[in-house]
Design a protein around this ligand. Sequence first.
Ligand code: ATP
Ligand code: MG
Length: 662
Amino acid sequence: MAMVASTVEALLSQERLIEPSAEFRERAVVNDPSIYEEASRDFEGFWAKIAEEFVTWFRKWDKVLEWTPPQPGTQPPWFKWFIGGRLNACYNCVDRHVRNWRRTKAAIIWEGEPGDERVLTYQDLHREVQKFANVLKSLGVKKGDRVTIYLPMIPELPIAMLACARIGAIHNVVFGGFSAEALRDRINDSQSKILITADGGWRRGNIVPLKRNSDEALKECPTIEKVIVVHRGVMDATHVPMVNGRDLWWHRLMEKAKLECPCEEMDSEDPLYILYTSGTTGKPKGQLHVTGGYLVGVAMTTKWVFDLKDEDIYWCTADIGWVTGHSYIVYGPLANGATVVMYEGAPDYPDRDRFWAIVEKYRVNIFYTSPTAIRTFMKWGEEYPRRHDLSSIRLLGTVGEPINPEAWLWYWEHIGEKRCPVVDTWWQTETGCIIISPLPGITTLKPGSATKPLPGFFAEVVDENGNPCSEGSQGYLILTKPWPSMSRTLWGDPERYIQTYWTRFPGFYFTGDASVKDKDGYFWLLGRVDDVINVSGHRISTMELESILVEHPAVAEAAVIGRKDEIKGQVPVGFVTIREGFTQNEQLVQELKEYVVKRIGPIARPADIFFTSELPKTRSGKIMRRLLRDIAEGRALGDTTTLTDPEVIQHLKQMYEERYGE
Ligand code: ATP
Ligand code: MG
């Protein structure tokens, strides 16, 4: 593989271009580039057309968009899309498909970690969702009530979400890997009435004790009236402690539930769900998504970005506890009547080839995962994908973090066998749907670039004063026009919504990410603005440094942060994990420092490099640089509740203090 240079200039002058094959282009859902022009010429007209094409409305809207810039002292709603429209998200994801041939099509192909399987057709899904909607109603759940869902990746999770949507209840899904404490905070912030959980789930052969965590959390959750418990079967039902009058078994309730439940007619702007972000940058924020615009955004982007056809088997490996799962396992694919694969467990159980075994078994055509997973696969080596027939795959996607060109090319070569376009999709919990991404039948790909905003979305890279940056200069990524699936506010905290997204560049949405555009107008994402280091006035993105460190053969993953320095302002400090077969020693530290110097210059020389067996990551797999900065600057650690393994950060803190004293 060619060495990929990684300073920003080198990134941008990369020669590597990958064109879609003539065959792919010809068969693609979208292959006429004039769509970009069309969408810019009349962007409201464009969205009106999309809304009609992708969504079934009980009542058509009267007006496409009304908005006022959110300003301090003002209250939501600031944005209204498809005003006056009436619809139901569950109707769009389920009911309309049972009215045609898709009735018998597989909606969800599910595989549990131990290897158990379930397939639900659209008709099965329709039945289960209606019954569960009746269960919720019988427990007094009404339109606008909040329901917290804390489940493993089992079919009951999307069933519960869709049942909420059906009756107009607002779901609040909490990732099953979160602790009791994180669950408690999210239940209380959302003021939920019902909690849906399970005896447990499977992860790497171990039990995830969901019911136990729930019981712990519920000691301090006064709003919860009932707990519905799915029997996943990780333990004998008689061993699950059930609180009398509060806890109810899912299967018992379903036995008695009525079969038919009509869909509530919702307003376009009625809330669909609350979802708390992963917390890389501070206290989790409860993003509020609404019915109409959200559905339009996710339905369109699923079909266009993933080039989704009716005959495809589509697999997004995210957990439904994250926005990626909400938008690209549940609402987007099901609105399109797709067949989705859903897998409960870990990628390395029983062995490191589990994902590829699943691809081979179900003949997956579209595969969507994260850079952190891809880098893990690289670390494990090519032998694992090579054990399986991956020839069914025709499109690959990535989301969650900037992907370094090296990992992009590895993915393209070893998983896609150099046949499949890779769509690097930039978006956020706040944006609800993909914003910057290739259209695989049109876009010439550049490894490491998310390419350009999709038709109907408008982004810019600006400097401190909000002026567009010249090509090749780093700046702030903003979105210059509203879009249908945008988060409307933060649940219970509109002031924070204004402060976080709308005051930095008044009238424009501030993403919090750093970016740069190249000569062809391609966007290169450089990580969060907070992750840009300023060394003696030179701005260096941590992503750039990390990208270089991982190109060194010894390094598997790297996190770089800026530490305050009296002379230089800030200096880079690296935390790295080593590939199998290499030794951590002082010589390697020097070698890595020199490696960075050689690639960027002495200005970027890491002041220090620490070896660690794991980097501190959120449950969604993102590196928590904020905590590394706390360590390096001798502060108390900020909120750690969203970490995968809090031990990792404690260990690093100790190591750091040993080296530097306190
Ligand atoms: P919090 O906002 O609470 O700190 P978070 O930002 O990690 O959490 P998400 O909304 O899941 O939560 O992540 C969105 C962020 O992930 C983006 O702002 C960006 O930094 C990063 N990201 C997502 N996809 C990409 C991508 N394709 N390329 C580069 N960065 C990406
Ligand atoms: Mg964020």
